[in-house]
Design a binder for this molecule. Structure first.
Ligand code: NAG
Ligand code: NAG
Ligand code: NAG
Ligand code: NAG
Ligand code: NAG
Length: 728
């Protein structure tokens, strides 16, 4: 719909509709207020159509204003922190029916075009009267314009000082005529030459200069052609400095009418929005400065001292600046969400009203008002994932937040299935929005471990791992930006009903025993035979221990304490270990194991606990080779219990076969010998051997007091000294 057709429609509506709408409007849709020299009309966000428009009616016509004209005329339209539309008009705006600068009437048409094309127009008659008298000079820094007004009783700077000229006794029409015939000069820093221009010429450049009943008014949009910027306390300030030359009794009287507005850039400072204003706008202050105080508010509400204090707001004077801190959760502070490089980010904004007033050498009293929507830059605010999963409930429970009100959940992906909120409900996923009193919210997702979209993995006999892999997809209104958050939450759950057990295995060099803990939470003490497995035993036996979450393994070398041997032969030996696990709490043997393993035999010497020695040796290594059949122990009647072509196996008790015993410290040393058995027949002459016959010394050592000892060693070429180990 073009602009002209909209206006035509409006005219048609005006002629065909009575001045009150026949359409029913929900209560509270419109709110009108008079506040700080402005009409305020607020229209609820929910009521706004796809296009809105304001027109103004005065005694002559209905006026539709372009945005540039609206700024020059003193009109502002903004969306506040609720998303409501705020229409503001200066009391001194165009088309306001101004009664002596004390009573102001404005007729506004609000035109709302619905998405379906329906257009409704709502007329308003706004009436405000002045709450506090005008100051000699008042300046307004609005969202879209700057405005200055001075009384027709103004200071004139002459050589001799400051005089005040009062033209208020003249008829307002005369003053208006006087002003329209004046010329104006705009001063800019650094401009060498300033030409004066007529009020009409200035109007073409965007400077609205008019006389109201008692005041001279200057208004322009920001960044007007003759404005300039400067820095005050490091804060950007836009200023317009104008001097109007009024003809009075043949003289040219200069009236300074200047305005300056700080372009404050708010920042997030912890939990506050921090905005800094210069205390003194130097282009507006001359001579001396007398601070008169300040007042602040949010939106159309001025905050009392008490409200400031209770709400945590701060307005403090820091040197030559005024620092205003607004708590980010304050009423009136709005959080806008965004996405910066894939990260969720927030910008805080607040409709700040700030007024300060002062005295200086020239102007007795100046009131300076700023009505600004402060908006901080976007700062990433990575949401927090709270894991409330409790394995006893067999349910994942996570909460993700905090998000501002403009974020809503678009879809959720669990494992590899993407679904809407509603579909998630049908799928048995519990998804809630968690609202907070400050308007922000979080999301809670609950999924039973048994859900088909939960991955299960056995990580050990004892534990099962449940994995919830999810992605939340958000949409940020109104720009419809997308943001997503993915995470995997795991929960390891102990599996019930698996008790501990022992497992035995034969390895190349010994026997391996494994204690599997199962799912029980039991402390075990392990026994090898009758002896408790402790570090000393591990060291003595050169055991290899491996401890994992769910098992403990002990590898015992073939010839080490704890082993017993059954069935020695020339071919192999069967080793046996008895292993048991005692429950520390009950002292009961709950698990026991006997593991037997068969190992091939080459050479060996074993001193058995029952004081018996078993030896397998190759007798053919001597020169000349000795037949195993022809060897005996010291007692020649002790012959091998078995032989093959090269080796002999002896098995004898240490108190037999000519074994000698001697005491060596606290040890008993048993000795015997395997040797070539010479047969002396009566008819045989002694044989003189040039080569040494086979001879091997055997030794076993046992602690004096200890009867249960084993010492085992492979048989070396000659003598064996086998250290005995205590074995109780
Ligand atoms: C809003 O309330 C929630 C929950 O108490 C909190 O985590 C969050 O920080 C609050 N937001 C603001 C901007 O204060
Ligand atoms: C979540 O909670 C469960 C249960 O308390 C825990 O096992 C897991 O380690 C937690 N963290 C993550 C990132 O899954
Ligand atoms: C050794 O001899 C004894 C007594 O005859 C017997 O009991 C034992 O089993 C034998 N040991 C081996 C390893 O042959
Ligand atoms: C050893 O003596 C036995 C019995 O006299 C005999 O059977 C065997 O063949 C002999 N072995 C060797 C290697 O001489
Ligand atoms: C052996 O016994 C004696 C006395 O009976 C004692 O003094 C000594 O300490 C014991 N030795 C060992 C190694 O137990």
């Amino acid at each position: 719909m073009s602009l002209t057709s909209r206006i035509m429609l409006l005219s048609w509506l005006l002629t065909s509709l009575p001045l009150c709408c026949s359409i029913s409007v929900p209560f509270g849709t419109f709110t009108a207020k008079c506040h700080e020299r402005h009409f305020w009309l607020t229209i609820k966000a929910s009521f706004l159509g796809s296009e809105v428009q304001f027109s103004f009616e005065d005694s002559t016509a209905i006026h539709f204003l372009s945005s540039q004209q609206a700024a020059e005329c003193g009109y502002t339209v903004v969306l506040n922190y609720h998303g409501d539309l705020v229409f503001r008009a200066s009391y001194l705006a165009c088309h306001v029916d101004n009664k002596k600068d004390t009573e102001f009437r404005l007729q506004v048409w609000f035109v709302n075009r619905q998405i379906d094309g329906r257009v409704n127009a709502y007329p308003f008659k706004l009436l405000c009267s002045l709450a506090q008298p005008w100051s000699p000079r008042e300046i307004v820094c609005e969202e879209n314009y700057m405005e200055a007004s001075v009384q027709w009783h103004f200071p004139v700077v002459l050589q001799g000082g400051v005089k005040r000229l009062n033209l208020l006794s003249e008829a307002p029409e005369d003053r208006a005529k006087r002003l329209s015939k004046s010329r104006v000069v705009f001063y800019r820093q650094g401009d060498a030459h300033q030409a004066s221009q007529s009020i009409q010429e200035a109007a073409v450049l965007g400077y609205h200069i008019v006389s109201t009943d008692t005041r001279i008014l200057l208004r322009s949009a920001y960044s007007s052609p003759l404005s300039y910027t400067l820095k005050e306390q490091d804060i950007q300030v836009e200023a317009v400095t104008a001097v109007i030359t009024i003809l009075f009794e043949g003289m040219s009287i200069p009236v300074e009418i200047s305005m300056a507005c700080a372009k404050t850039e708010p920042v997030v400072d912890g939990l506050y929005i921090l905005s800094t204003f210069p205390l003194i706008l130097s282009s507006l202050v001359q001579g001396w400065f007398g601070n008169g105080g300040m007042r602040m508010g949010i939106g159309e509400r001025t905050l009392s001292e008490c409200e400031l204090h209770e709400g945590g707001y701060e307005a403090t004077l820091k040197g030559q600046t005024v620092e205003i801190r607004i708590p980010s959760g304050a009423q009136g502070a709005k959080i806008k969400s965004g996405v910066i490089q894939g990260l969720y980010a927030q910008s805080l904004s607040v409709d700040l009203f700030f007024m300060h007033h002062w005295e200086d050498m020239i102007w007795l009293h100046t009131q300076h008002r700023s009505l600004q929507l402060l908006r901080t830059p976007y700062v990433p605010q990575t949401p927090t994932l709270i894991n409330n999963t409790d394995s006893s409930t067999s349910m994942f429970s996570i909460t993700l937040g905090v998000f501002a009100a403009d974020v809503s959940l678009h879809s959720i992906t669990v494992k590899d299935e993407t679904m809407t909120w509603k579909e998630a409900g049908h799928q048995g996923l519990h998804l809630f929005q968690l609202p907070f009193s400050n308007g922000s919210h979080a999301y809670t997702l609950q999924v039973p471990f048994s859900h088909r979209l939960v991955t299960q993995k056995g990580i050990s006999v004892q534990y099962k791992r449940y994995i919830l892999a999810f992605t939340f997809d958000f949409i940020i209104f109104p720009a419809k930006q997308r943001y997503s958050y993915s995470a995997d939450v795991v929960c390891d759950v102990k599996q019930p009903g698996v008790s501990a057990w022992l497992e035995g295995k034969c390895t190349e060099g010994g026997i391996l025993v494994v204690l599997h803990y199962g799912s029980e939470d039991v402390q075990w003490e392990l026994y090898v035979g009758q002896r408790m497995l402790d570090w000393e035993l591990v060291r003595l036996g050169d055991y290899r221990l491996k401890s994992k979450n769910d098992y403990l393994s002990v590898e015992m070398p073939l010839y080490s304490p704890g082993m017993t041997y059954e069935e020695f032969s020339l071919k192999d030996v069967v080793a046996k270990v008895e292993f048991s696990a005692v429950n520390v709490a009950t002292f009961k043997v709950e698990h026991s194991l006997v593991q037997r393993c068969k190992f091939p035999v080459r050479d060996l010497l074993v001193c058995l606990p029952e004081r018996r020695m078993v030896v397998v040796t190759d007798t053919t290594r001597s020169v000349p080779p000795t037949s195993p059949n022809s060897t005996t122990l010291l007692d020649p009647s002790c012959v091998p219990v078995a032989t093959d072509s090269t080796r002999a196996l002896f098995n004898f008790s240490l108190d037999s076969c000519g074994t000698t015993v001697s005491v060596e410290g606290s040890y008993l040393l048993y000795e015997n010998q395997i040797r070539y058995a010479q047969k002396f027949g009566p008819e045989d002459a002694p044989i003189i051997h040039t080569d040494s016959p086979f001879r091997l010394t055997l030794q076993c050592r046992y602690p004096v007091n200890d009867t249960r000892t084993v010492a085992v060693h492979l048989l070396p070429d000659t003598t064996i000294k086998s250290p005995s180990l205590p074995w109780t």
